[in-house]
Design a protein around this ligand. Sequence first.
Ligand SMILES: *[C@@H]1O[C@H](CO)[C@@H](O)[C@H](O)[C@H]1NC(C)=O
Ligand SMILES: *[C@@H]1O[C@H](CO)[C@@H](O)[C@H](O)[C@H]1NC(C)=O
Length: 323
Amino acid sequence: MRSYLLVLALLAVTICSTEAVLKRRKHRRLRTTTTTEPAMLAAARLFPPAAGAARGDEAEHLELGMAERLDETRFQESERARVNEIMNEVGDENNGGNEVFMEDPCLKVHCSAGRVCEIDEHGDAVCNCIKDCPYETDSRRKVCTHHNETWPSDCDVYRQRCLCLDNSELCRGPQYHHVQIEYYGACREMPECLESEMSDFPRRMRDWLFNIMRDMAERRELSPHYLHMEREAEANLTRRWTNAAIWKWCDLDAHDNDRFVSRHELFPIRAPLMSLEHCIAPFLDRCDEDDDHRITLAEWGKCLELDEYELEDRCDELTDEAA
Ligand SMILES: *[C@@H]1O[C@H](CO)[C@@H](O)[C@H](O)[C@H]1NC(C)=O
Ligand SMILES: *[C@@H]1O[C@H](CO)[C@@H](O)[C@H](O)[C@H]1NC(C)=O
């Protein structure tokens, strides 16, 4: 009788843990498609303070939120690895060892923002609009759209755009077909960027670019080509700002490698910084000197107050081929 109970108890535990795995998997899929780019949010924390100024409470509050998002992404990654391992083990057992386990078709699919991979009735992977975004109570997750409308999270904005593109009745109106995130944090009145603040801004921007480049080198997130440029910047002070500026410009352009950084391509530096640095928008506007909505390397160097002759196109050729 006792051993019977023991078996029953074991069975219950097994069922519960399998269910937990499945639940986690669902959770995992949902969270990973909310497309918060961790490096870009972490980078906002590396922005050097203005000369003689301390960060206000609000800035700290936002920075904490960004750090949390970063932690969450790391958590998701480790969680995914763990679940895959478990699934592999289960698969191995079922197949008596060496056979490949039944593969989840969604593992190979990367859905765009606001979408989640689901398996349809034919067993194929399809990218559907996220059903429910995680309910956010934390004000630090809020985002401001280009309509100056505050949304609870980036997930909610991307989901809404997805619903409109798929002609769902949940689409709130035609103006949401192209809804965009303007910046992270709730919408607010942007203070005017004073001339005194603007005059210090190129220096802070240069420092920031180098800080991110160094941070990424330390975390081994740079390609060998850019790692070489980072070493050069460390060793030769005259190359410090130029190499960082060239790298960031190439990095932003890596979307399409057309040797222009479009307004759209500026998103990764603009959106996370807006709430913290109200001068970023006017600064970037100034960079586009001829107002053709794209920034050349020469324009980029000029607005960072770098010597134009030191700036040569040294983009990683590897990204060229990949694009
Ligand atoms: C955007 O919304 C915020 C908060 O509601 C408001 O303070 C600000 O003035 C608005 N900005 C613009 C440009 O309308
Ligand atoms: C540092 O970089 C500058 C500019 O590219 C170059 O002229 C100079 O020779 C370099 N110095 C050393 C020590 O490599």
